[in-house]
Design a protein around this ligand. Structure first.
Ligand SMILES: Cc1ncc(C[n+]2csc(CCOP(=O)(O)OP(=O)(O)O)c2C)c(N)n1
Length: 579
């Protein structure tokens, strides 16, 4: 493989060597923000034929776009900016990458040490600027045209890329100082360098893979004993974006089958969206809990795959159980906000299932059947009620998406009410879609850009978002023209502010509730779209919405659905409680 190196000057060599190293280690995508100090990096990334580099003006949106790209592909994505406050704008996406384990390689250009703390322009303290969020952070040495320093650069990059993936995926930050000249203006500084020696440094680099965590035999034995001695096991599948969704679904289904356990699956779990799981999955758990229809009897073992689902009712119900709970989740975080008596297995569902040996044919337990029957009754009632509903109720959106989205669509679900309505009303197994989300820190920032990153790596993508989350990341639209091929629909549910706040006790205190919590925005979304030259449509009624779901298009379009938050709140309560 011919290396893409630029020997024009020291910085161009440093930048191109860095990019070539990353490419050989598997880097395929980069998001690059404009600026002068980062020129050696930006120039090399833009010109490298094996890397798709996307220029983005706003660093906050850029970082979330990179997050979406990396989340979808599972591969590290490079994110580049110049010196100064530019880097600070990466912060929220870096937090989300850390919390939800997404491999991001953050490269911030900086002034050299002698130009810091002396009021030189655009210079701030960038060392460890992202606090404890990066999995690794380092300041690189100043570029030097020597084999010794290039060998150092190669090894540091090797380690950095590896740390974006293992032992746990996440962000890595490299602060990279450059002295002038920043542009690839030829000089003599690299003239004496042994070029063959430089190329030899690159020769044996191979793409980095994640090393999966194995289950310890002791833990397997403990779980196996608990599973055989428990009379009523419950399986809860929380948010998950496994690389191999089919294998994940198979493993969790088998685990539930081994113990005759009812299987509660969040709308952010692949279990909710797989037709093979349709019969087993209990998706109306919120409705069952709200309407006192949970089957009698308490579980004596709970197997929780991944973090907990969003549902407050489910969390409260799990919290008061006295039985042991096993959390199966790779990664190193504590994902148990209930502080339950739990054993945390740092492994995957697939590895745990495999470690238990071949599964006998599943024999459904009476307890499992009872859950499934009650779930089917709740599902039937919701289907009848939602099917007959003409009113533009936000909760009907996930119910309709589940019925009409084509197989293989990527769906990004925003925080606040969209994620809750999906949990309440998305029918299990109705659509074979892949669901994505930013639930690491639950921010409403960067939602649009993250979804655009997902879309750039997908065939067709839907984003379901409230209007505040959409407006928060309006600058994401600056990259909309880059969507070209991938069809992306941004469905904006416009309910006149943060609809979620109506369900908080603070809603009774108005003023200041409306102005300071609801924060309705006085902006015409159709005119924002007009400014960006993007198609915008107001949904007239449900038939119109169904028609829009069936349409084929290219690039990014915005569909706005106006809803009424207070009425929707009452509707949700009525539907879930059945009263
Ligand atoms: C960055 C950030 N700022 C503030 C919040 C607090 N917050 C949670 S939900 C919400 C309102 C979201 O409104 P919208 O996107 O319109 O969704 P809706 O509540 O109407 O469903 C806010 C401000 C947050 N989660 N993240």
């Amino acid at each position: 493989m011919e290396p893409h190196l630029n020997f024009a000057n020291t910085n161009s060599l440093w930048g191109s060597f860095l990019v070539e190293t990353l490419h050989r280690m598997g880097l395929r995508r980069a998001v690059v923000c404009p600026g002068s100090r980062s020129a050696p990096l930006a120039h090399a990334l833009a010109l490298h034929p094996g890397i798709e580099a996307t220029p983005v003006l706003d660093e906050r949106s850029a970082a979330f776009l990179a997050l979406g790209l990396a989340r979808r592909s599972g591969l590290p994505v490079a994110l580049v900016c110049t010196s100064g406050t530019a880097a600070a704008n990466f912060y929220p996406a870096i937090i989300e990458a850390r919390e939800s384990r997404v491999p991001l390689l953050v490269l911030t250009a900086d002034r050299p040490p002698e130009m810091r703390d002396c009021s030189s322009g655009q210079t701030i303290d960038q060392v460890k600027i992202f606090g404890h969020y990066p999995r690794l952070q380092a300041e690189l040495a100043l570029p030097e045209p020597s084999l010794k320093l290039l060998a150092y650069l190669r090894q540091t990059l090797r380690h950095a890329v590896e740390r974006t993936l293992s032992p746990v995926e996440g962000p890595v930050h490299l602060n990279i100082p450059f002295r002038d000249p920043l542009a690839p203006i030829p000089d003599q500084t690299t003239a004496d360098l042994d070029r063959a020696g430089v190329e030899a440094l690159l020769a044996d680099l191979v793409p980095v893979r994640r090393s999966g965590a194995a289950v310890s035999p002791d833990e397997t034995v403990t779980v196996a004993i608990w599973m055989t001695s428990a009379e009523r096991v419950l399986v809860v599948a929380g948010p998950a974006s496994p690389r191999d969704r089919a294998a994940y679904v198979e493993a969790v289904l088998t685990m539930a089958g081994r113990t005759g356990a009812p299987l509660l699956a969040d709308a952010l779990s692949p279990l909710r969206h797989d037709s093979r799981a349709r019969e087993q999955v209990v998706e109306c758990y919120d409705c069952l809990l709200a309407s006192d229809a949970v089957p009698p009897g308490v579980p004596d073992l709970v197997l929780r795959f991944g973090p907990l689902p969003t549902s407050k009712r489910l969390r409260q119900w799990l919290e008061q159980l006295r039985c042991p709970q096993v959390v199966i989740e790779e990664g190193d975080q504590n994902v148990d906000p209930l502080h339950s008596r739990c054993l945390h297995l740092r492994t995957s569902a697939e590895a745990l299932n495999a470690s238990l040996g071949p599964a006998p044919a599943p024999s459904p337990s009476a307890w499992q059947q009872e859950w499934q029957e009650r779930n089917a009754a709740a599902r039937g009632r919701l289907d009848r009620e939602l099917g007959a509903m003409d009113r533009l109720f936000e909760g009907k959106v996930p119910w309709l998406l589940a019925r009409h989205l084509p197989h293989g669509t990527s769906v990004f679900i925003s925080n606040s009410m969209p994620v809750r309505d999906a949990e309440f009303f998305w029918t299990a197994g109705a659509a074979q879609v892949e669901v994505f989300f930013n639930r690491g820190a639950n921010g409403i920032d960067g939602i649009l850009s993250t979804a655009m990153g997902i879309a750039m790596e997908s065939r067709a993508t839907w984003l379901v978002t409230g209007e505040l989350a959409f407006l928060h990341d309006q600058n994401g639209l600056l990259s909309a023209h880059r969507m070209g091929g991938p069809a992306m629909t941004v469905l904006v549910l416009n309910n006149g502010g943060g609809g979620i706040f109506h369900s908080l006790p603070i809603a009774q205190f108005d003023p200041p509730f409306s102005e300071f919590f609801l924060t309705p925005q006085r902006v015409d979304i159709s005119r924002i779209c007009q400014a960006h030259n993007l198609p915008h449509t107001h949904v007239r009624d449900w038939n119109h919405f169904i028609e829009l779901m069936g349409q084929e298009w290219e690039g990014l379009r915005v569909i706005e659905l106006r809803t009424e938050a207070l009425g929707d709140r009452a509707e949700r309560t009525r539907l879930l409680t059945g009263k």
